[in-house]
Design a protein around this ligand. Structure first.
Ligand code: ZN
Length: 84
Protein backbone atom coordinates (compact mmCIF):
# COMPACT_ATOMS: atom_id res chain seq x y z
CA UNK A 1 0.00 0.00 0.00
CA UNK A 2 1.21 3.44 -0.85
CA UNK A 3 1.03 6.03 1.94
CA UNK A 4 -1.14 8.99 1.17
CA UNK A 5 1.71 11.36 1.96
CA UNK A 6 3.62 9.81 -0.90
CA UNK A 7 0.68 9.96 -3.25
CA UNK A 8 0.27 13.62 -2.50
CA UNK A 9 3.74 14.50 -3.71
CA UNK A 10 3.73 12.23 -6.73
CA UNK A 11 3.06 13.89 -10.03
CA UNK A 12 2.95 12.69 -13.59
CA UNK A 13 6.36 13.32 -15.16
CA UNK A 14 4.91 13.15 -18.66
CA UNK A 15 2.64 16.13 -18.26
CA UNK A 16 3.96 19.66 -18.18
CA UNK A 17 1.40 20.61 -15.57
CA UNK A 18 2.62 17.85 -13.26
CA UNK A 19 -0.87 16.72 -12.34
CA UNK A 20 -1.22 14.45 -9.31
CA UNK A 21 -1.67 10.77 -9.94
CA UNK A 22 -4.17 8.54 -8.26
CA UNK A 23 -4.05 4.95 -7.20
CA UNK A 24 -5.67 2.56 -9.61
CA UNK A 25 -8.61 0.45 -8.54
CA UNK A 26 -6.44 -2.64 -8.22
CA UNK A 27 -3.79 -0.75 -6.29
CA UNK A 28 -1.07 -1.98 -8.61
CA UNK A 29 -0.53 1.14 -10.59
CA UNK A 30 -0.83 4.89 -10.47
CA UNK A 31 -2.97 6.57 -13.04
CA UNK A 32 -2.66 10.04 -14.47
CA UNK A 33 -6.07 11.34 -15.44
CA UNK A 34 -4.45 13.90 -17.70
CA UNK A 35 -2.54 11.66 -20.10
CA UNK A 36 -4.07 8.30 -19.09
CA UNK A 37 -0.66 6.84 -18.34
CA UNK A 38 -0.47 4.04 -15.81
CA UNK A 39 2.69 3.87 -13.74
CA UNK A 40 3.48 0.50 -12.24
CA UNK A 41 3.98 -0.03 -8.53
CA UNK A 42 6.71 -2.50 -7.75
CA UNK A 43 7.19 -3.78 -4.22
CA UNK A 44 5.11 -0.89 -3.00
CA UNK A 45 7.31 1.63 -4.77
CA UNK A 46 5.73 3.66 -7.53
CA UNK A 47 7.82 3.76 -10.67
CA UNK A 48 7.26 7.24 -11.95
CA UNK A 49 9.07 6.81 -15.23
CA UNK A 50 7.58 7.72 -18.54
CA UNK A 51 9.34 4.77 -20.14
CA UNK A 52 7.70 2.41 -17.67
CA UNK A 53 4.25 3.89 -18.03
CA UNK A 54 1.58 2.16 -19.99
CA UNK A 55 -1.07 3.97 -21.97
CA UNK A 56 -4.21 1.87 -22.39
CA UNK A 57 -5.57 1.88 -25.88
CA UNK A 58 -8.75 3.69 -26.71
CA UNK A 59 -11.91 1.68 -26.18
CA UNK A 60 -13.08 -0.05 -29.30
CA UNK A 61 -16.20 1.39 -30.85
CA UNK A 62 -19.15 -0.84 -30.04
CA UNK A 63 -20.35 -0.95 -33.64
CA UNK A 64 -17.03 -2.17 -35.02
CA UNK A 65 -17.55 -5.85 -34.27
CA UNK A 66 -21.20 -6.27 -35.12
CA UNK A 67 -21.82 -4.80 -38.53
CA UNK A 68 -25.17 -5.81 -39.95
CA UNK A 69 -25.31 -7.13 -43.47
CA UNK A 70 -26.53 -4.02 -45.20
CA UNK A 71 -25.87 -4.78 -48.81
CA UNK A 72 -28.24 -3.08 -51.22
CA UNK A 73 -30.80 -5.40 -52.68
CA UNK A 74 -30.41 -6.12 -56.39
CA UNK A 75 -33.01 -4.53 -58.63
CA UNK A 76 -35.96 -6.74 -59.32
CA UNK A 77 -36.19 -8.08 -62.83
CA UNK A 78 -39.52 -7.81 -64.51
CA UNK A 79 -38.60 -9.01 -67.94
CA UNK A 80 -38.13 -12.73 -67.72
CA UNK A 81 -38.86 -14.70 -70.77
CA UNK A 82 -39.52 -18.39 -70.59
CA UNK A 83 -42.17 -21.02 -70.69
CA UNK A 84 -42.06 -21.40 -66.92
ZN1 ZN B 1 0.15 12.60 -17.25
Amino acid sequence: MIPKELLDILACPACDERPPVRLAADGKSLVCDCCRRQYPVRDGIPVMLVDEAVIPGPPAPPAAAAVPDARPAPPARRHHSGNG
